[in-house]
Write a protein that binds this ligand. Structure first.
Ligand code: ADP
Length: 469
């Protein structure tokens, strides 16, 4: 990762610098060459003017004197000067080697055709040629040719290029080192995260990424988000373990009772028939209790299974509620409890099977935890929600326990619940079901005065709305 970052930065950062430096060097080279061409052209024109103003072509003395002058100029300027007549024959050559020969190169031909030219040859030399004009007849009488080597320009550009490359290399090394260390800041938390993931995979569920308050960035934020996720997973794992141990404990208690009862029957001699019946009745009660626990557990598991979504259907809530109350009225009557229902016509999109179980749990609890009192069930609504209340005048729930009663297997008074046959799972089922309806549930209670459970259920469920579209 670090190396990848380094290579990427080099490509992205130094690619353009490299191209820029090449382009700069080419421009510098062109600039120097163009300047040299201009200078040579100016020099050639000066010479051409001097030639045309003298009787150079006719006077031998003048030619000799002029040749010396041109030789000096050529030595000083560091270039070769040639003068040809109108046929292209060399009359004067500062190198003296071509004198008397016809020198018909492209530049000479063009100059004799009244064109001033300055060309850079493939070998890097600059050839400059200008015409010599006879001012009186306005005729071209010859040409001045200057050859100059561009080696000094190439040398200068090479020196600048070397300097440039040196500076570039320096920058490259400095920036490379900087990137290498800066990338550590980004790579370190990722490496740490990877290590923590590996430790978690190995089963060390308490492993966490070290969080930092300084230099916070998107990568360190990933670490914090990861820690949050790990906390939640650990909590889920803990609650699963607690759940399993609770289930084992809850099932073990009736099993122990059954064993004690069965042992008593098998070891006791001459037990009266009524005692047998009583013991067997107790065994049946314990088996019922286990059966209730298993039924509730199955209901909870089904609610937890996301692949079994609730079936939301538009339902007449008033009828739904009065059916529940009607079904449970005999249970209330058996305990001399006055049960009443008051509702209004409300239509809501609910899973009636699951919500019926949830609301029944509340009404059954109200009956179960009330002795000779009143249970009042009501249904109300606004334009968004239905509100169901189940109120009783029973034993109530101590304030310190009220936030725990929705936990699985939580019971306020364990001994009492063993008599009432409670499993501690009913409210947990109700809570999950209400949440799956996007609703909420609250309890208001005072010890020895009674409890009121308030349930809010949205009239429209987003799942149904989406399907209807
Ligand atoms: P259980 O099967 O024991 O009734 P629940 O989950 O339905 O389990 O209820 C959890 C605990 O909450 C009960 O054991 C009881 O102590 C308390 N509780 C629930 N409803 C009421 C109520 N209406 N009045 C008093 N206590 C209640």
């Amino acid at each position: 990762m670090r190396w990848l970052l380094l290579i990427l930065c080099c490509i992205i950062g130094f690619g353009p610098i490299f191209i820029f430096s090449r382009a700069t060097m080419t421009s510098v080279n062109n600039y120097f060459t163009a300047n040299r061409q201009k200078e040579l052209m100016r020099q050639a024109n000066v010479i051409a003017d001097q030639v045309s103003g003298s009787d150079f072509f006719t006077n031998e003395d003048n030619l000799e004197y002029f040749s010396e002058y041109l030789l000096d100029t050529s030595i000083q300027g560091g270039y070769r000067i040639m003068i040809t007549d109108r046929t292209g024959m060399v009359i004067m050559d500062s190198n003296n080697s071509e004198k008397g020969k016809v020198y018909a190169i492209q530049e000479v031909i063009e100059a004799l055709n009244n064109k001033s030219v300055a060309n850079v040859q493939n070998n890097g030399n600059i050839y400059t040629a200008v015409p010599i004009m006879d001012y009186t007849s306005s005729e071209i009488i010859g040409s001045v040719l200057i050859f100059s080597s561009a080696a000094d320009i190439t040398d200068t550009v090479e020196v600048i290029r070397g300097l440039f490359s040196f500076i570039l290399l320096g920058i490259l090394i400095c920036v490379g080192i900087a990137i290498f260390f800066i990338s550590k800041i980004f790579v370190k938390p990722l490496k740490e995260l990877q290590g923590v993931i590996n430790r978690l995979t190995d089963g060390h569920l308490d492993s966490r990424v070290k969080e930092t308050k300084v230099f916070r960035n998107e990568i360190t934020d990933i670490g914090s988000a990861f820690n949050e996720m790990a906390d939640k997973l650990e909590k889920i794992d803990d609650s699963r373990q607690i759940f399993v141990s609770n289930v084992s404990h809850e099932l073990k208690t009736p099993l122990s009772s059954i064993k004690v009862l069965a042992d008593s029957i098998s070891t006791a001699d001459d037990l009266p028939k009524e005692m047998y019946i009583e013991f067997l009745q107790d065994i049946t009660n314990e088996v019922d209790r286990m059966s209730n626990i298993i039924t509730d557990l199955l209901n909870l598991v089904r609610l937890d299974q996301k692949e079994l979504p609730l079936k939301f259907e538009a339902t007449d809530l008033n009828k739904f509620m009065s059916d529940i109350v009607k079904r449970l009225t005999p249970l209330a009557n058996a305990k001399d409890i006055d049960i009443t229902y008051e509702g209004k016509n409300v239509m809501a999109e609910i899973d009636s099977v699951k919500l019926s179980l949830a609301i029944s749990n509340l009404v059954e609890n109200a009956i179960k935890y009330t002795d000779e009192g009143k249970v009042t069930v009501t249904l109300d609504s606004d334009h968004q929600n239905a509100f169901i209340t189940v109120a009783d005048t029973g034993i109530g729930i101590p304030e310190s326990e009220q936030n725990k009663i929705f936990d699985r297997f939580y019971r306020v008074d364990k001994t009492r619940d063993r008599q009432t046959g409670g499993t501690g799972l009913g409210l947990s089922i109700t809570h999950s079901t209400v949440l799956m309806h996007n609703g909420s549930i609250k309890v208001l209670s005072k010890e020895n005065e009674g409890s009121t459970f308030l349930v809010r259920i949205p009239l429209k469920h987003p799942y149904v709305l989406e399907n209807d579209k």
